[in-house]
Design a protein around this ligand. Structure first.
Ligand SMILES: *Cc1c(COP(=O)(O)O)cnc(C)c1O
Length: 495
């Protein structure tokens, strides 16, 4: 029993159960009691290729999976699916390093985790003696749905249904999803907004559980969202990869500290950096970069978390989040106090805010630095990085780049800085074009071509030619029809 709930130390699970369950039964997140127990000698992994590095790190984080087995899962999850064998290459941009997490099959950083999760789940299924087929349900505002479909595509023992708001995703995101191949994938538009789709999915989980609608059917529902430890663990690897690349490039010596700047939404990506640090990697500061939805900036500066604030739709939409679920794991790991965490989470849901004790705030400030950048600053950063370094970055990366410069200005004793880059500029082509001083013309597909014509930066293979690809999914339903849609699909052997 290596894992427990953040809200109750007596709710325990093996790492395989934690992957299979996603959320702990008491509503908490699964965590190891401490990461200090899985520290290892990090210089040993720095010389490894990325897949071998991933094997060692993932086996340490998920002890039910021995290295020999993990090596096979890592290979089937990643090999030949990313643009480079490194999976996540680094690029020097001025005096900083940009860690490119978007070289996967859908050009989103979520690919790193969602390529592995299905493999971890199917292995967990046999470890736990679970014979049901796993049916994944996801509501998406665009990116996660596509990355999840790509990850689960043709993985035996699994099926996936993705719901997206009809008219609520970009034309490129819609085309990415509706042209998805695979005999076990399904995507369906819901007449409504993202909240309607997400509420619909939550209702299905509740109805199926309470009314036992799928009992005896050989099918069990599960989710692929970012609180699953099987999504967090694969993200730890690229902190080591980037460090090894800096050593290889002669930009640091082994043992030097490195600061990582992370564009943050649900706090999964940056928490993985904290895991890497606790496992022994010489991480200096973790810098949390937010857009105008700067709830985390305020929290990390004051210890006061308050989600009662205006919600802004920004040009970096994957960071438009007011409740960062993965933060709960950090609160537990810093305090080791399950009842404290349970209490804070209760306050958050009852009153929308909480304050952490002074000792925890002191620890937070030592580990993290936080800043934010609004849309105007984001576009200005895209322009500056392009003009000064001829490097084209997306809107989320631009937020991180701007906050990195703020951080360096205010902390002259900083370490070498790695900026995590979470999306291809071609996923947000209009804002990127504006950033480099051009006017976007035509639909999003045309704007992608325009961006390529102006910059010469290659369009990722999965995005080029998207418009010509055959549309395979056309279903559009009302929110009230979602449950019957799922039950009907669950009852069919072949889709
Ligand atoms: C999901 C996402 C983020 C935020 O990552 P978290 O783990 O939720 O903090 C940042 N940028 C992009 C492009 C994303 O898709």
């Amino acid at each position: 029993m290596d894992y427990q709930s953040t809200r109750s130390a007596s709710v325990r699970a093996t790492s395989a159960q934690a992957v299979l369950n996603g959320l702990a039964p008491d509503g908490g997140l699964y965590t190891m009691p401490s990461l200090r127990d899985i520290q290892f000698n990090y210089p040993d992994v720095l010389g490894l290729d990325t897949l071998s590095m991933a094997t060692v790190i993932l086996s340490a984080l998920l002890p039910d999976y021995p290295e020999e087995e993990m090596a096979k899962l890592v290979r089937s999850g990643y090999a030949d699916k990313f643009e480079t064998d490194d999976l996540t290459p680094s690029a020097a941009v001025g005096e900083d390093t940009v860690l490119e997490l978007f070289r996967g099959p859908t050009s989103a950083f979520k690919d790193v985790a969602l390529s592995m999760l299905p493999r971890l789940m199917t292995a967990a299924r046999s470890k736990c003696g679970f014979t049901d087929e796993i049916l994944i349900l996801t509501a998406t505002s665009g990116d996660t749905g596509k990355a999840a479909m790509e990850g689960f595509c043709d993985v035996p023992g699994t099926k996936i249904i993705v719901f997206y708001p009809d008219g609520g995703v970009s034309p490129v995101q819609k085309a990415q999803m509706t042209t998805q191949k695979g005999s076990n994938v399904c995507v369906c538009a819901v007449r409504g907004n993202f909240d309607d789709a997400q509420t619909g999915v939550k209702r299905i989980f509740a109805a199926v559980r309470d009314e036992k609608l799928l009992d005896g059917s050989g099918v069990s529902l599960s989710s692929a969202n970012s609180i699953n430890i099987g999504r967090l663990a694969p993200q730890v690897v690229y902190y080591f990869r980037a460090y090894a690349d800096l050593v290889r490039a002669g930009r640091i010596h082994t043992g030097d500290k490195v600061d990582y700047v992370v564009p943050t939404g649900n706090f999964g990506d940056i928490l993985a950096g904290y895991f890497a640090k606790e496992m022994g990697l010489p991480v200096g500061r973790l810098v949390c970069a937010s857009n105008a939805n700067n709830v985390l900036t305020d929290f990390l500066r004051t210890g006061h978390y308050d989600r009662r604030r205006p919600f802004y739709q920004t040009v970096s939409p994957s960071m438009d989040i007011l409740v960062s679920s993965n933060l709960e794991r950090l609160l537990y790991l810093l305090s080791g106090d399950d009842s404290l965490v349970a209490g804070l989470m209760e306050k958050l849901s009852a009153c929308g805010s909480y304050d952490v004790p002074a000792e925890m705030l002191a620890k937070l400030k030592e580990l993290f630095w936080a800043g934010f950048c609004d849309d105007e600053g984001t576009k200005a950063a895209i322009g500056k990085v392009w003009r000064d370094y001829h490097y084209l970055c997306d809107t989320h990366t631009a937020v991180a780049w701007d906050v990195a410069q703020q951080y360096k200005r205010e902390n002259p004793d900083h370490n070498p800085v790695v900026i995590l880059s979470t999306a291809s500029p071609y996923k947000f082509p209009a804002a990127v074009l504006e950033g480099i001083g051009e006017t976007a013309r035509g639909d999003e597909f045309a704007v992608m071509e325009q961006l390529h014509a102006v910059t010469g930066v290659p369009v990722p293979k999965n995005l080029a030619g998207l418009r010509e690809r055959e549309v395979l999914h056309r279903d559009v339903i009302a929110p009230e029809e979602m449950l019957s849609y799922v039950l009907e699909k669950a009852g069919k052997k072949n889709w």
